[in-house]
Design a protein around this ligand. Sequence first.
Ligand code: S3P
Length: 448
Amino acid sequence: MGKTIIKNYSRFSAKAGTKTIKPCHRLKGEVVLPGDKSISHRAIILNSLAKGEARIDNFAPGQDCLATVKCLRALGVKIGKKGSQDSPTLLVSGAGEEGLKEASNVLDAQDSGTTMRLLGGLLASQPFLSVITGDASLRNRPMGRLIEPLRLMGAEIWGRGRDAFAPLVIKGKELRGMDFTLPVPSAQIKSAILLAGLFARGDTVLHQPIPSRDHTERMLKRMGASLESQGNSISLQPLSSPLISCSLRIPGDISSAAYFLVAGAVHPNARIVIRGCGINPTRTGIIDILLAMGARLKIDNERWEAGEPLADIVVESSELKGVEVGGDIIPRLIDEIPVLAIAGCVARGKTVIRNAGELRVKESDRIATVVSEFSRLGAIIEPLPDGMVIYGGRALSGTEVDSHLDHRLAMSLAVAGLVAQGETTIKHAQVARVSYPAFWQTLQQVAH
Ligand code: S3P
């Protein structure tokens, strides 16, 4: 195999770029990750509400988190940005007692479900009108799951398509706390309700049949909110005084690390060291499954930053075997399933993924898009209503594939291209910048 070549045919639209990947002889080197996207959204939203100044280092550089920053600025929050493009530092002056201000225009969450849903919950509790929209993909993602529970708290919130989709119109007002069982294991909906609950009358109690990422709960506690987690239930008291601002450094994003974890495990000549990766147990399903598949993966130098655990991870070429993935682990690896599917293609035997129907309502219908694009590369892969079956051990061969404007699919296809025979050309590859703008450059650095 020769040197991996990542050609970039387009200098124009973010979503129009095409990348071509050739397999490489060796994958070796260190990966420095972008800041975690989920933690970054929470850090900037909560510090915008808090009293005082905060400095957020290693803020996630992707478009999703920058969309949240723009929305918060439009709501009157002063946010300065410095440092490098791949690891920016934000300086936030929290609104504190003064509170957020009505935006003079429609807020744009772009492609970011987390921006729309978290801000949707927050704005339902603020004393002014907000309208929030997003790009074509986000305007087709379900918002009824946000509107329905907020209405139980007394919110006045409406959406297009009989309250199913964005744009959302929110006439903010004082809400009431509630006791609610989350029907979907969604951290976005959980966080939206908690944000609304901060400003409500009375306590908010949430029950999670299956736990999801807990970054909001961790950060709220650190910033002085009265929040208790017991088993799968969370109890939050409304704020009696503003949150206390909290400077922090954002840990590396395990969802971005996943591309290199899988690449290292499936490539026959690989050793990759990933530095400063968040290993919050609500996010580490990808590590658990790769280990169950037989991956040679080691976790080193465990430490804490910002109330979150992180570590360095070393991954080496591995002989993988197929596994069954389903049940409570799904929310712990939902965003990593497209790249996990590559491990399934390369592994010996069958990999079955179930209970992952949520994949159908992500940036693309990830069951349909993974099956269609991986099939083009020669994978034997069948869709299930809530997952997929992958018959592993077949060589992949490069061809033209499409990201469907889904950042996670674009990067997963790049990992497939590293082990496929011949050239893999990925259309709309620049969409990776939604979560990981430096992905192509980092891939080029480790591919020899
Ligand atoms: C996220 C929660 C998950 C995940 C998304 C980020 C978050 O979505 O897929 O990429 O930061 O809360 P759901 O809450 O819809 O499961």
